[in-house]
Design a protein around this ligand. Sequence first.
Ligand SMILES: *Cc1c(COP(=O)(O)O)cnc(C)c1O
Length: 456
Amino acid sequence: MSTKQKRFILPEDEIPTQWYNIQADMPNKPLPPLNPATKQPMKAEDLYPVFSKACCDQEMDTEHAWIDIPEEVRDMYKYYRSTPLVRAYGLEKALGTPAHIYFKNESVSPVGSHKLNSALAQAYYCKQEGVTNITTETGAGQWGAALSYAAKVFGLEAAVYQVKISYNQKPYRRSIMQAYGAQVTPSPSMSTRAGKDVLTKDPNNQGSLGTAISEAIELAMSTPNCKYVLGSVLNHVALHQTVIGLEAEKQMAMAGEYPDIVIACFGGGSNFGGCAFPFMRHNILDGKKTRFIAAEPSSCPKLTRGVFQYDFGDLSGLTPLLPMYTLGHDFMPSNIHAGGLRYHGAGVIVSQLLKDGFMEAVDIPQSETFQAGLLFSKSEGIIPAPESCHAIAATIREAKKCIETGEEKIILFNLSGHGLIDMAAYDQYLSGSLHDYEVDDEEVKKFTKELEQIIK
Ligand SMILES: *Cc1c(COP(=O)(O)O)cnc(C)c1O
């Protein structure tokens, strides 16, 4: 194998046939979700009214390490998978690092991000179970775009609540959703009780993912044959995303290397988990010593500054209580450009893994992420999504350490999406009008204070 090979691609018949469920291998299983009214542990059946049955069962499955990817979903994966594993020679050279940097390019999906990996699976299961309508929330619009396309593929109607600030600031993502045939509503809206509550208190409220989730769940509960789907945070979403890491494992083998460090940006944990878990499996089972780094924004630092507590997934407390690292469900993140990372909590699996020391987290100021994204654009040609810029910034920090130590570390990061619909953000950075937001401990205390009372 030439050492100068740039891209590593798997043939179609090597696209994984199963997803990897890390819950089966975790030494400490995640704590169960709790019913918000009774505070009693919930079973998969308790979630059936909201989500597709298959996804509820996957959510709570701590037994089966491998779960078959339905043939219909795998057929759709073939539209864009395998995604390339790329050796970032250009970035290595620009940095002058001895590190070997690889990235998994999920930006080549038709909608431009990794989100389609789970959208296709969730839409498929809904269709199988006789559902006709699906509803969800979206921030910057990456998940909404993926879900809208997946709904179209499997013949479902999609209704998407988009966080109002993004609805207005990122009109092209809204157009993409509409192009696939979805109905898009800015959130908070007057069409739900949750939305009305927020607007009554604050008519100028620009929305948050927590509010949009409340609205979508409310619609799902009040519409016949309608299920709610979620683009991150939940265990089954991370499960579907493991197709990323499973491919990367084979592709790294083609390159004759194995990662010392795996890095991904962190919103709710789906692209991080998807890329990391298949490699983490070898830390748990085979004694490998790979480091796993989740990169989050300094303005929404749940992993680095949040508390590990039971909390709600949404603003109004409609979701089950989940044991997670959180900044508190009524924390309103600053208006940063990485919309997909503006969420108060972390997925349950990742939270347990962080608590148990299987992974690390870093928080990164917004300006450093755009600086990293621009260096990547100039050296590798791809303009990364503002979310993905966090992974690149964390990668650059590690690659710079290698310059000092002279170590040839093997670093793999996940390029979760491209930024071609996010150029307004780059414009702001380039014109010098972009702000950094830090969250201090006082603020975190304010929003997490009551959480201890929710469950003792
Ligand atoms: C949504 C999104 C993220 C964050 O979500 P995770 O579930 O943490 O992966 C990251 N990158 C892109 C491009 C996204 O669209």
